[in-house]
Design a protein around this ligand. Structure first.
Ligand code: SAM
Ligand code: SF4
Length: 342
């Protein structure tokens, strides 16, 4: 594959499969104010010391190089990005980097209502809020103690301050919250938001525990059929991600399906990830990582690391093989999702 170059002659982040990378997901911390069952174990989770986090200066230095190589869109994630102190300041700094056109946030929504306005002013354009149950008792069970009313307040605040689009991330799990598919579909009818159903991924889990809870997303379409609803595919793309979107008849919003296990979308992968401790991850599922910390201050060395990460990117993540107990061609990551950022 011939290297693609920008008008100014800079080599762009195109990998050997021809995929152009213009999107960087940045995890600001592995710490979180919740403990979601699919993301972290109940006990034994070790969080990194604050001095292991990339500083704002270091994140900015990495993003400057990424922007030079064609990255245009950023998403801040975690852990919970809003537990990182002074996140509003960081957003202002990242938004001022030439080339950066869009800054998004993925959050559990617990602290979002209070910060929504400041985040919007600082330059966040869009938010994804994670919400796997609308029922307090179950929400507290999934998140190990969260208060669903805070997330719902954040949803309202996000609409009010004008984030666009506002998306909900709903991880569906077998025998856990699949009986709420109807309620989330109803939300997509009544509100101008995008409800994204996400397949539970085998990241950082013992495979057996995961397999029992994994639910393929054709269950959402089957539910629509059972309700006599015909979802129309929506041609428009609402962001940088892999979701396929549908609209129910007369709905104000849409619903999306993100099915990395039952039907991967790696052919369109456009993203790299930066962990809070400074590792570039070419693939969500694989172990390969490239530490940027020592290269910061040396632009050429940082550029080289981006291209090394790109070279290590697999054609697809092979998560489906975990379902069938098949051998993987690469080592899967040992990180939990909270240590990657989703
Ligand atoms: N704390 C923030 C939040 O929950 O939105 C951002 C980080 S969280 C790791 C990012 C996304 O990953 C969330 O939408 C969460 O639901 C999702 N996630 C975590 N573990 C997952 C898993 N095993 N499978 C699928 N999605 C997962
Ligand atoms: Fe925290 Fe997000 Fe993981 Fe839940 S999914 S434990 S909110 S990082």
């Amino acid at each position: 594959m011939e290297a693609m170059v920008a008008q100014n002659g800079t080599r762009l982040l195109t990998d050997k499969f021809g995929r152009v990378h213009d999107y960087l997901r940045i995890s600001l911390t592995d710490k979180c104010n919740l403990r979601c069952v699919y993301c972290m174990p109940a006990e034994g989770m070790h969080f990194m010391d604050n001095d292991k986090h990339l500083s704002f200066d270091e994140i900015e230095a990495v993003v400057r190089v990424a922007a030079k190589l064609g990255v245009r869109r950023l998403r801040l994630t975690g852990g919970e990005p809003l537990v990182r102190p002074n996140v509003v300041e960081l957003i202002g700094r990242l938004g001022a980097i030439p080339g950066i056109e869009d800054i998004a946030l993925t959050t559990n929504g617990i602290f979002l209502a209070k910060k929504a306005e400041a985040l919007k002013e600082a330059g966040v354009t869009r938010v994804n809020i994670s919400l796997d149950s609308l029922r307090q008792e179950r929400f507290a069970q999934i998140t190990r103690g969260g208060d669903v009313s805070k997330v719902l307040e954040s949803l309202e605040a996000s609409i009010r301050v004008g984030f666009h689009p506002v998306k909900l991330n709903v991880v569906l799990m077998n025998d856990f919250n699949q009986d709420e598919i109807d309620d989330f579909l109803r939300m997509s009818m009544e509100r101008a938001i995008h409800v994204r159903f996400i397949e539970y991924m085998p990241i950082g889990h013992d495979d057996n525990g995961w397999r029992g809870r994994y639910l393929p997303l054709d269950s959402v379409m089957k539910r629509c059929e059972a309700l006599g609803l015909t979802p129309e595919p929506v041609g428009e793309v609402f962001g940088n991600g892999p979701a396929e979107y549908f609209r129910l008849p007369g709905a104000k919003g849409t619903f999306g399906l993100i099915h990395p296990v039952s039907d991967h979308f790696c052919g369109n992968c456009n993203r790299l990830r930066l962990t809070a401790d400074g590792n570039l991850k070419p693939c969500l599922f694989w172990q390969d990582e490239f530490n940027v910390r020592r290269a910061i201050g040396n632009e050429q060395a940082l550029e080289n690391l981006f291209f090394r990460a790109l070279d290590a990117k697999p054609e697809n993540h092979e998560m489906a093989k975990v379902l069938f107990g098949e051998e993987l061609t690469h080592e899967p990551t040992v990180r939990r999702m909270s240590q990657i950022g989703g």
